[in-house]
Design a protein. Structure first.
Length: 579
């Protein structure tokens, strides 16, 4: 997932450093929201270094255990035990990224290369060898590292003092010359005249968007480690402190004085159409984030069907007009029917309601007209989840076109077909592979759109529009389907086979799309795509390469892509809409 580093002219990117403290990374249930924050930056084409603290309470438990073994004092060996909390958080976050389709590399304290000297429980960093970290950044979208710990004398693990993950973040950001460093905390910000205390009793207080180091120092206990703040000031680092999902946070910079902007805190009102596997996943995530989202209505085919206990039956309706009257700011189309999706989009456009869609057939059918009406009315329309599942293909093609003209696009666009091909390579029968894809939620009960190539056709049409500005009437398609006989033939030929989509502009202003089965052993970027993985590689006229890859099917990756579009609307559009 994200803009991958690949051979042959890939565009270099400066990383961004994000630190997740135990106040936001409280336990394993916090992992999905942290992953959403990572995906927010990856879909924008950024490389990320994620620094994590132990889960809430873990460090204290390990510290007490160490003290019991040391009769009340601490041994120089205690940091090796206490640092287990950070190692656990690194591993679990890496697993959560993998489940979503984010290409993440976890590093341990020794691989990180940060050395420190002084007291073993309050050491000061003195040297940072970035070789392993830099190599990991070249080959992965996210590198996850432990904060708070370093390597000291005699190659023992040492600690950087309580709150030391903040200091780890500053050192990495400075050494890597990162574009920015953000510390994620549970506090919403620094309130005017009230520090970082609760706003509940002071509803009229506003939050600073910029503060000086002097103001930050007054609230250092809740905001930032004192040593980390001193390091940031000495190295002239600009530090952002934010809560998960926030449109903005508070920036600490010695170049700025304290500043309080007008604040927009109204949640986004969201209507969700479709309550299948992906729809239910999206609704549950929205219901779990009431500070940012309010579900106004859910459009379903059968309102009497038993649903997840967290979903209020009163939100359900089978009537499109009733759904639209729930007054959403934005509607999300997660239905499987292209006709129903088209009806929903046109109804939303008529009513001046913003749109997010994962319905590729409905989007592809009339995309130029949809975008034209949306632009005329000033509406937000996004469909990142319609192409590539969790791989931000649409966003990457849009970024490529903003840079310069696109020369060509090569992609693997159908997660179901790629999964079936991988299963066939492992010796499974076609029928068994298809059943496994359906059981995993990659394929519909009726898989004809996947097997005929219609799914790849719709996705290619969307990418062709983003890259070359053409609609369906200006695209010529050559589509190859897949059946049991074709699958057996590919297996007999040997090698790594993929359903490859190639999109090329023609001299007469049209676009030619070929969806065919190709042996890709000599193409490492495509050959590495196994199971439900999808990817896109964009060659620019300049010769530069931009790419994205990730899980192309399944509930979790698709929900993450939908939330990525919704988060972009809330941060970049909804706040402006309310001012």
């Amino acid at each position: 997932m994200g803009n991958a580093a690949i051979d042959g002219g890939a565009i270099a990117q400066q990383p961004i450093v994000l630190k997740f403290g135990s106040s936001v990374l409280r336990d394993a249930h916090s992992l999905p929201r942290v992953v959403t924050e990572l995906y927010r930056h990856i879909r924008a084409g950024r490389k990320v270094v994620a620094i994590v603290s132990a889960f809430a309470g873990e460090t204290d438990k390990l510290l007490e255990e160490a003290k019991r073994e040391c009769a009340g004092s601490l041994s120089p060996h205690a940091p090796a035990l206490i640092g287990v909390g950070e190692a656990k958080a690194v591993a679990l976050l890496a697993m959560a990224c993998d489940r979503t389709g984010i290409d993440a590399a976890p590093l341990d304290v020794r691989q990180l290369g940060l050395r420190a000297s002084g007291p073993f429980d309050d050491a000061l960093p003195e040297h940072f060898t970035t070789d392993v970290l830099s190599d990991a950044l070249k080959n992965h979208d996210v590198v996850i590292v432990p904060g708070y710990v370093a390597i000291g004398d005699h190659d023992r693990t040492v600690l950087l003092g309580r709150g030391g993950s903040d200091l780890s973040a500053m050192i990495l950001a400075h050494t890597l010359r990162a574009d920015g460093v953000t510390l994620f905390k549970s506090v919403p910000g620094v309130f005017e005249g009230n520090g970082v205390q609760s706003k509940e009793d002071d509803g009229d207080l506003r939050i600073y968007d910029r503060i000086s180091p002097e103001t930050a120092a007054k609230h250092a206990d809740a905001l930032i480690q004192e040593k980390a703040l001193g390091y940031a000031v000495a190295q002239d680092l600009t530090v952002q402190i934010a809560s998960l999902g926030s449109a903005s946070g508070v920036r600490i910079s010695k170049a700025d004085g304290d500043s309080v902007p007008e604040q927009i805190t109204k949640p986004v009102r969201v209507g969700v159409a479709g309550l299948g596997v992906v729809g239910e996943g999206a609704v549950l995530r929205l219901l779990g984030d009431p500070d940012h989202y309010q579900v106004t209505g859910i459009l379903v085919q059968n309102a009497d069907k038993k649903r997840h206990e967290a979903i209020d039956p009163q939100l359900l309706t089978t009537d499109l007009s009733v759904f639209m009257k729930s007054n959403p700011d934005i509607v999300i189309d997660l239905m499987s029917s292209s006709d129903a999706g088209a009806d929903l989009m046109h109804a939303a456009l008529r009513e001046g309601i913003n749109i997010i869609s994962a319905n590729k057939q409905a989007v592809a059918e009339d995309l130029p007209a949809i975008r034209a009406v949306a632009e005329k009315k000033g509406l937000f329309v996004a469909y990142g989840a319609a192409v590539g599942g969790g791989a931000p293909m649409v966003e990457t093609v849009m970024a490529a076109r903003e840079r310069t003209e696109v020369a060509s696009i090569d992609a693997v666009l159908n997660g179901t077909v790629n999964f079936i091909l991988s299963e066939l390579q492992r010796g499974q029968t076609f029928e068994t592979a298809l059943k496994a894809a359906q059981d995993a939620g990659f394929a519909e009960a009726d898989p004809s759109a996947d097997l005929s190539g219609d799914d790849a056709r719709a996705k290619a049409a969307i990418l062709a529009y983003e890259a070359f500005g053409v609609g369906l009437s200006d695209i010529d398609f050559d589509i190859e389907g897949l059946d049991a006989e074709k699958g057996a033939d590919l297996v007999n030929k040997g090698g790594a086979w993929r359903q490859v989509t190639r999109i090329r502009p023609t001299r007469d202003g049209r676009v030619h799309v070929v969806v065919a089965y190709e042996k890709v052993d000599e193409d490492p970027f495509l050959a590495r795509l196994r199971d439900e993985a999808n990817a896109v590689r964009i060659i620019l006229e300049s010769g530069d390469v931009m790419a994205a890859r990730g899980r192309g099917a399944g509930r979790i990756p698709t929900v993450e892509s939908v939330l990525g579009d919704l988060g972009a609307y809330r941060r970049d559009y909804h706040a402006q809409d309310l001012t």
